[in-house]
Design a protein around this ligand. Structure first.
Ligand SMILES: C[S@@+](CC[C@H](N)C(=O)[O-])C[C@H]1O[C@@H](n2cnc3c(N)ncnc32)[C@H](O)[C@@H]1O
Length: 221
């Protein structure tokens, strides 16, 4: 006799969207303020190559990093799947005209983008919340939308984080902190290298002291 199949490890896209929505409704200023440390790391790496250009941000939250790039003259499309986050992002009076906010999930945002049309795809602290198969598709799409020489700039939390290992382990390097919540992936260097594979050339990878984050800049050959 066979029992019911186990529930899937990752919630559906709509459930993940709803989970993010709840977080922003409770605390819309959760990720507001000055640009992130990763943005300050990524900015010169982009600016050294392209003084101006087209940038797509995935998981922009309320737009703190998107505003930094747009203020410097980049044409920024900043996307997030939380309605509340995007509403707050749009309402910010500091928005430069070069910025456009869209409520959409990361993979759809990429699929809606023309081939070889972008100078950069930027993603700060979002890939930990994306299921394996979707993440593989995201990396494939990032390569498609970048022109040769374009940069994929992303930051992901590492397996050294003290939170890794807490709660229920649901897959290798993936834990659910509390029952009923979405799982969270922590990254090893090998995981990053496997995802980027031969499709990208490494420009820089750093593991800043005390942060438990990998900072990555990859170039589309
Ligand atoms: C930790 S927050 C970081 C926000 C922003 N990058 C920042 O640094 O201010 C992660 C963000 O990613 C968004 N997110 C997670 N998975 C996503 C997906 N598949 N598509 C679009 N947004 C996503 C969440 O809604 C949330 O706003």
């Amino acid at each position: 006799m066979t029992g019911a199949p186990p529930p899937p490890v990752w919630p559906s896209l709509s459930d993940r969207e709803a989970g993010s929505e709840l977080i922003y409704r409770d605390n819309p200023d959760r990720f507001s303020g000055p640009p992130s440390r990763f943005c300050e790391w990524a900015f010169p790496r982009l600016n050294d190559r392209f003084r101006r250009g087209q940038l797509l941000e995935l998981g922009c939250g309320t737009g703190r990093d998107a505003r930094r790039f747009a203020a410097a003259g980049y044409q920024v499309t900043a996307t997030d799947y939380s309605v509340t986050a995007i509403d707050h992002a749009r309402a910010d009076i500091a928005n430069p005209p070069e910025i456009r906010f869209r409520r959409t999930d990361a993979l759809s945002a990429l699929r809606d983008t023309l081939t070889a049309s972008l100078d950069a795809v930027y993603a700060h602290a979002i890939y930990m919340m994306v299921p394996e198969d979707e993440l593989t598709a995201v990396f494939r799409e990032v390569r498609r939308v970048l022109h040769p020489g374009g940069l994929h700039l992303f930051a992901v939390r590492s397996t050294t984080d003290p939170m890794a290992g807490r709660g229920e382990q649901v897959a290798p390097d993936v834990w659910r902190r509390t029952p009923g919540t979405a799982p969270y992936r922590y990254f090893r260097r090998e995981t990053i290298d496997r995802l980027t594979g031969p499709a990208f050339e490494r420009v820089a990878i750093e593991f800043p002291e005390g942060l438990h984050f990998w900072y990555v800049a990859d170039r589309r050959p």
